[in-house]
Ligand binder design. Structure first.
Ligand SMILES: NC(=O)c1ccc[n+]([C@@H]2O[C@H](COP(=O)([O-])OP(=O)(O)OC[C@H]3O[C@@H](n4cnc5c(N)ncnc54)[C@H](OP(=O)(O)O)[C@@H]3O)[C@@H](O)[C@H]2O)c1
Length: 298
């Protein structure tokens, strides 16, 4: 069996989550190639245990890739996936496993066409990480990823097993992924209002969030997610329990004028609803507003 230390491992997209993975692999003694868009001398992750610095530089030219890797972690925003095509083509071959660290439920559909022949393993990222203006990253909580029981999952686990990352292979990944998606979808309301979690304590916002989450639940169940009747209430209560000033990545992107992941976090509900003949009146209002907030024009 190949040890994790001799596996050729790469991270594409050294932002918040990419830096977490690269730093944990480096800490565990696994060499990792870091492929990015912006040149950087190194990566720095601050954890509750201290700082981990991954020696660079971050490579930015796919033509200088050393060739196919055994495992590639793709950690760009979903809006940036298409732009990584040259990196994926340089780093992926038929024996490569690509682990996609992105929100949503459509990672395989979006990445598989860029890596024909490689196994694509979607991962749910449970631990929030924040990128600071200087590029360093702060990890909040313990790093935790979940993947489905599919081809390639065990190899991802083998690469991560020596790291401080908690890694699980789930039999019912669909339910977990949709559970996370409901939370991500509701967080889209914060990007529309420009407000933080405190806004969910308003009764009118809570009513809207509940109507939206019930719509998401109907679509999730049609997509085989085994979520309970009270899932919408639980998600709302979680938002209401957060500190008033707690933000979310889609709000941070909106405040910074960056493109929003509205398609994979919100439009997917409407898309899947249409496929299953489920009306999505709340999405029909929210999605065009999020799309316009993200992409304009105007
Ligand atoms: N952050 C979290 O706490 C968290 C939690 C759960 C899930 N997620 C999900 O994880 C995914 C990644 O999020 P993130 O927060 O880590 O994003 P991020 O901090 O914006 O990082 C994205 C990274 O990808 C790089 N990049 C962009 N285009 C590229 C290209 N063509 N080639 C190579 N690198 C490229 C960016 O480069 P630049 O440095 O030039 O911008 C940046 O370093 C998203 O789907 C997000 O929703 C995030």
């Amino acid at each position: 069996m190949v040890s994790s230390h001799t596996m050729r491992t790469a991270v594409v997209g050294p932002g918040a989550i990419g830096t977490v993975v690269a730093a944990l692999l480096h800490e565990a003694g696994t060499p990792v190639l870091v492929a990015g868009r912006s040149p950087r001398p190194d990566l720095r992750l601050d954890t509750e245990r201290g700082a981990i610095v991954v020696p660079g530089p971050v490579l930015t030219d796919p033509a200088r890739s050393p060739g196919a890797a055994d495992v590639v972690f793709l950690a760009v925003k979903a809006t940036q996936t298409a732009a990584t095509a040259a990196w994926l083509s340089a780093l992926c071959g038929p024996a490569t496993v690509v682990c996609v660290l992105q929100n949503g439920v459509e990672q395989v559909e979006s990445v598989q066409p860029l890596v024909a022949g490689s196994d694509v393993v979607p991962a749910i990222v449970w631990s929030p990480a924040e990128r600071r203006p200087d590029g360093s990253v702060r990890l909040r909580g313990e790093p935790r990823f979940t993947v489905p029981r599919v081809g390639g999952a065990e190899r991802v686990g083998r690469v991560l097993e020596a790291t401080a990352c908690e890694f699980t292979i789930a039999d019912d990944f669909t339910t977990l992924a949709w559970r996370k998606l409901l939370q991500n979808a509701a967080a889209g309301l914060m990007a529309l209002t420009g407000r933080r979690a405190g806004m969910f304590r308003r009764d009118d916002v809570a009513d809207l969030a509940l109507a939206y989450l019930r719509e998401c639940l109907a679509v999730a169940r049609a997509c085989r997610a085994a979520l309970p009747d009270d899932e919408p209430d639980r998600v709302l209560q979680r938002f209401r329990g957060f500190p008033d000033d707690m933000g979310t990545s889609i709000l941070a992107d909106r405040e910074a004028g960056r493109p929003l992941e509205w398609d994979v976090r919100n439009a997917v509900i409407r898309r899947r609803g249409r496929e299953h003949g489920i009306p999505t009146p709340v999405s029909d209002v929210l999605v065009p507003l999020l799309a316009a907030a993200s992409d304009g024009p105007g």
